[in-house]
Design a protein around this ligand. Structure first.
Ligand code: ADP
Ligand code: MG
Length: 322
């Protein structure tokens, strides 16, 4: 029911940026090659994401907003090797319980698009809509029905910077997808499809690219690649620490420790290093089902992982040929 949904939503939809992350992940999971994001007033007024992905058929529209309805896994075994970013089937239901959510979509076999609206969890009947391809999700007036939560929202500027960070993480993880981001009608990012290096440069800037080394190492089922900054990189205002495990942005103590130790060992650098790194491993060696917001994962063999990351970064920093 609505109250249960709203309580659960507290975990998934902490602020506009957390809703944006979920909505963007759905576009990625839908196989989109172009994703456009429009944010108004830091996302508190409106978050709109349009993609050209697979779309949702008329009959599945209400399901997309139903709790625990996911089209992505069928069994517990699937959970062991989940390849999609989402799998719980609760993000849209949660968002719909604390906002006015509009979903318009055109599934592959549909003659035209359909739209559906949820307000505080109540669903409208699907109506015909005009949309050439894919899906557009609009989240209006977050927390309109939960004033206690609304009070915790910060200024539009702060909420937007959280949205931008969520956008950066997804955009870094998928350089093959074209992305745009606008805030209050002003273009902030325009990212054409590219390779990893170009996407990193487009997001972190030329200075980062010119003062970092590119790494690509493989050992057993582990591969680590991406860019790590040398001391010449004078990190200005914000953290540039991006680590992705099998395509998901992850924050992890073991990884952070291995990186810090390598930087300390070679460069005697004690401040936080800057990096954009991608780790790939067997899906069975990592559990992504730890927490709903999913920046946390659990590794089957953290020691081996620590060693691999430490040695790879240590070696790369010791002989930088960028
Ligand atoms: P999950 O991603 O865990 O399955 P969500 O609540 O995020 O759960 O989404 C519910 C369902 O809605 C998805 O499983 C998918 O079938 C559908 N869906 C949501 N967004 C999109 C989209 N942009 N394109 C196609 N299908 C979507
Ligand atoms: Mg999802």
């Amino acid at each position: 029911d609505l109250l249960v949904s709203q309580i659960a939503a507290g975990e998934v939809v902490e602020r506009p940026a957390s809703a944006l992350k979920e909505i963007l992940e759905n576009s990625v999971d839908a196989g989109a090659s172009e994703i456009a994001v429009h944010i108004f007033q830091g996302g508190t007024k409106l978050v709109r994401v349009s993609d050209n992905g697979a779309g949702i058929s008329r009959d599945d529209l209400p399901l997309a907003l139903a709790r625990h309805a996911t089209s992505k896994i069928d069994s517990l075994e699937d959970l062991q090797k989940v390849a999609s970013l989402g799998f719980r089937g609760e993000a849209l239901a949660s968002i719909a319980s604390v906002s006015r959510l509009r979903l318009a979509s055109r599934g592959a076999e549909q003659k035209h698009a359909w739209r559906i609206e949820a307000e505080g969890g109540r669903l409208s009947e699907p109506e015909p809509a005009a949309l050439a391809k894919g899906t557009t999700v609009e989240m209006h007036n977050l927390y309109f029905n939960t004033p206690a939560r609304r009070k915790f929202l910060k200024t539009d500027g702060t909420e937007f910077s959280h949205c931008e960070e969520a956008f950066r993480r997804i955009a870094l993880s998928r350089p093959d997808i074209a992305f745009t981001l606008q805030h209050n009608g002003t273009a902030r990012h325009h990212l054409r499809a590219a390779d990893t290096r170009r996407r990193i440069a487009a997001i972190l800037g030329d200075e980062f690219s010119q003062t970092s080394i590119f790494i690509d190492e493989q050992a057993a089922d582990l591969r680590l690649w991406g860019s790590a900054a040398l001391p010449a990189y004078s990190r200005s205002s914000r953290d540039a620490q991006y680590f992705f495990v099998n395509g998901r942005f992850v924050r992890d103590k073991v990884i952070a420790h291995a990186l810090r130790e390598a930087y300390r060992d070679v460069l005697h650098l004690d401040r936080h290093p800057a990096f954009v790194l991608f780790l790939e491993m067997n899906a069975g060696s990592v559990d992504v089902n730890v927490h709903p917001t999913k920046t946390e994962v659990r590794f089957r063999d953290p020691r081996a992982l620590h060693q691999f990351i430490f040695h790879t970064i240590d070696k790369a920093l010791a002989s930088p040929q960028s």
